[in-house]
Design a protein around this ligand. Structure first.
Ligand code: NAD
Length: 291
């Protein structure tokens, strides 16, 4: 049993915490939004009123927050994790944030004897619910071994990619493929629809062949039905694409496909769709094809 302080009880964090509880771990949950952690109490979680309460007595602290500034605030801000280090000495940030900022925070926490792992995830809300996330680890191997029992409750593919920041780098590579795969699904469905083929049938037949993909399988039906309910928001994908762009620019790596799909995501946000699900990228194609 691992005592986990869990910070960030949102779309992903809630189900990840539920899986920790179901596997017999102790969870003390904290979220800045009042009531978010409270919803876990009925499932056996303790509710913390502050970061200090969440980290007290914890073997491991997990953060699942929107972006780099929130993680910096929670880890290094006044009253945060650096000021209240968990006795277990291990923190894993499972949000998707900047690899470079991760390395800076890793050094800052190492100075107070805390090992910071990066452990961003892929698999979406479905993977969070089913405990089948792919978890990409950066940081010390010894800290990873301490965190492993808790990670196994949340994910299926759990791989240490390398030193601090390497997990976030892997996640950004993952997001390049997420964006381009989704764009590919949009283009095929838009073309078929314009040519008079039923997109529902098109999806079904393509899933049986070499065009099959996670995006077509998990998001295709919602795209066709114009069900834009958010699981992974357009705004969060734009945050990831911004991080991809920063990394590529700093390394001088051209990513022409990613640059194009980033413009399409910006188009979606410009049309007020930032709060919609990732699959709402298809609305950009609706506009281009007058649908
Ligand atoms: P979310 O916005 O639903 O949840 C984030 C939670 O963090 C919210 O409950 C918010 O109140 C809380 N929070 C924000 N600032 C805080 C602070 N200072 N202290 C405590 N709590 C704070 O986001 P999400 O969809 O759960 O995503 C979380 C992270 O996981 C993001 O980095 C995202 O890119 C990544 N991710 C999301 C998905 C997905 O499909 N939703 C998939 C993979 C990875």
């Amino acid at each position: 049993m691992t005592a986990v302080g869990f910070i960030g009880i949102g779309t992903m964090g809630r189900d990840m915490a539920l899986n920790l509880l179901a596997a017999g771990h102790r969870v003390r949950a904290y979220d800045v939004v009042e009531g978010a952690a409270e919803s876990l109490r009925a499932h056996g979680a303790e509710v913390a009123a502050s970061i200090a309460e969440a980290t007290a007595g914890a073997d491991l602290v997990v953060t699942m927050l929107p972006d780099t500034p929130q993680v910096e605030d929670v880890l290094l801000g006044a009253g945060g994790v650096r000021d209240n280090p968990p006795p277990g000495g291990v923190v894993i940030d499972m949000s998707t944030i900047s690899p470079e900022a991760t390395r800076r925070m890793h050094a800052a926490l190492a100075a107070v004897g805390v090992a910071l792992l990066d452990g961003p995830v892929s698999g979406g809300p479905i993977g969070a619910k089913n405990g089948t996330l792919s978890i990409m680890i950066g940081g010390e191997a010894a800290a990873f071994e301490k965190a492993r029992p808790a990670l196994e409750a949340m994910g299926k593919t759990i791989v240490r990619v390398g030193d601090s920041g390497a997990g976030q780098t892997a996640k950004l590579c993952n997001q390049v493929m997420v964006g381009l795969n989704l764009q590919a699904v949009c283009e095929a469905l838009a073309l078929g629809r314009a040519a008079g083929v039923d997109p529902v049938i098109l999806r079904e037949v393509m899933l049986g062949g070499s065009a099959a993909s996670w995006m077509l399988d998990k998001l295709g039906t919602a795209m066709i039905a114009k069900d834009d309910q958010a699981g992974f928001r357009i705004d969060l994908m734009l945050k990831d694409l911004r991080l991809v762009g920063e990394l590529a620019f700093s390394l001088g790596v051209p990513l022409p496909g990613t640059a194009l799909v980033t413009s399409q995501y910006l188009d979606a946000r410009g049309h007020g769709e930032g709060g919609k699900g990732n699959q709402a990228l298809f609305r950009v194609y609706d506009r281009m094809t007058n649908q």
